[in-house]
Ligand binder design. Structure first.
Ligand code: SF4
Length: 401
């Protein structure tokens, strides 16, 4: 068995014409990039999105960023791969993401782009009417009169699946302002949210945290089965579930076909209940790497799956799964364990220390001051075995420095 391709050898293979097309355009001019875009050799596979009657690419563009307002090469290049689905949100990119998507859809044609956008359920948005107003605000920023799908963003409270909000979703669909309606969730009791969605009707798709660390999660699997049976499209997010680079190397991933990030995606696609994965592909290298994995007909071997399982086991104490109802339920007060650990992950793994610092420092004092509360029961309850006290100490040290 050969060593796994690292990103550098992946790039070498591409530049030699082994996979994809036009990646040497990393240093190309805009005109060259446009030429490369037109020369895409193939497109990524598609799957049915629940019972919507629509198909979507199995990998699609995450929009938690800003885009080039003249010509965004990553969006155009993705489009060349058949990745026309962009996942944005009102707040992404400091409010600029939707505006970048607007520029893009006017360049390629609105009907050539699938736009999903989302609003957070806060302030005036916490009612059905407020949610509808949220869609209107998004449409204004997106400079379009409809989106393909509209989500309640990062919801944790099952009350957002009560009739008031399901009816709002139906109203918005009937108005033609959105074709489909659903929600995203990656914190709190995700299985409970998915199960409830399966029983209430009116939800077309759910985007939720799903990755190689969660195969054995019985509750999540039951919820996914119920959702699938109810015809709900399932979209995976946070598929990489990264830990700091030195820890990822604790298992030297060996594969003749895939890099470790590609294998993590392949593991999610191996679950046929998943219709597509969102990925933050903000540079051409990651885009090419992901698209290549998506287009490869080769499946993961059992040996590769075992390596991922081993990686999951060995790095669990550094990989928070966002199940904050477990740890925060054991803590008196308002400490936000999962949020703080997520921001630490942005710092350690995403190479985005500025965003991590901004988000962490936006937490209230009680939300981040771990020293005033007893964490013993929370540490005992954590399914990942995370030393919550140590990780929160690290978060404070690096994110307030
Ligand atoms: S610290 Fe543990 S219990 Fe708390 S959200 Fe993370 S994984 Fe879940």
């Amino acid at each position: 068995m050969k060593s796994a391709m690292d990103r550098r050898s992946f790039m070498k293979g591409v530049a030699m014409g082994g996979v994809g097309a036009g990646v040497s355009g990393l240093a190309a001019t805009t005109a060259e990039a446009q030429g490369a875009d037109a020369a895409a050799a193939s497109t990524v596979p598609r799957r049915q999105l629940g019972t919507t009657g629509e198909t979507i690419p199995i990998i699609f563009m995450g929009g938690s960023r800003t885009f080039d307002m003249k010509y965004d090469r990553s969006l155009h290049r993705a489009h060349g791969f058949g990745i026309e689905y962009i996942d944005t949100a009102e707040k992404y990119g400091g409010g600029q993401s939707q505006k970048g998507v607007a520029v893009f859809h006017k360049q390629v044609g609105r009907d050539k782009v699938w736009i999903t956008t989302k609003v957070e359920m806060e302030g005036e948005r916490t009612t059905g009417e407020g949610l509808k107003k949220g869609l209107d605000d998004c449409l204004a920023d997106l400079e379009t009169d409809y989106v393909n799908m509209f989500f309640m963003h990062m919801i944790q409270d099952p009350r957002y699946l009560d009739p008031e909000f399901i009816k709002a979703g139906d109203d918005m669909k009937k108005s033609g302002k959105t074709k489909f309606f659903g929600f995203s969730c990656h914190h709190g009791n995700v299985p409970e949210m998915i199960s409830k969605a399966a029983s209430v009707g009116g939800i077309d798709a759910i985007m939720f945290r799903y990755n190689f660390r969660q195969y054995g999660d019985v509750e999540l699997n039951k919820a996914m089965d119920a959702a699938k049976k109810a015809g709900i499209g399932l979209l995976a997010m946070k598929t990489q579930s990264s830990v700091p680079e030195d820890l990822e190397k604790v298992v030297e991933f060996q594969s003749k076909d895939f890099t470790l990030p590609q294998a993590k995606l392949k593991a999610v696609w191996a679950d046929e209940r998943i219709d597509g994965c969102v990925s933050q592909m903000d540079n051409l290298q990651i885009l090419e790497e992901n698209a290549t994995a998506a287009m490869s007909p080769v499946n993961l071997t059992m040996t590769e799956f075992h390596q991922l399982n081993r990686l999951a086991r060995m790095t669990a104490p550094y990989a928070c799964l966002g199940c904050n109802q477990i740890c925060e339920g054991k803590i008196a007060g308002k400490l936000k364990v999962a949020d703080a650990l997520r921001y630490l992950m942005y710092h350690e793994c995403y190479g985005d220390p500025e965003t991590a610092r901004l988000l962490y420092n936006a937490l209230g004092v009680e939300e981040r001051d771990y020293e005033r509360v007893d964490l013993a029961e929370a540490i005992k309850a954590c399914p990942q075995g995370i030393r919550i006290d140590e990780r929160l100490r690290k978060a404070r040290a690096v994110l307030t420095a």
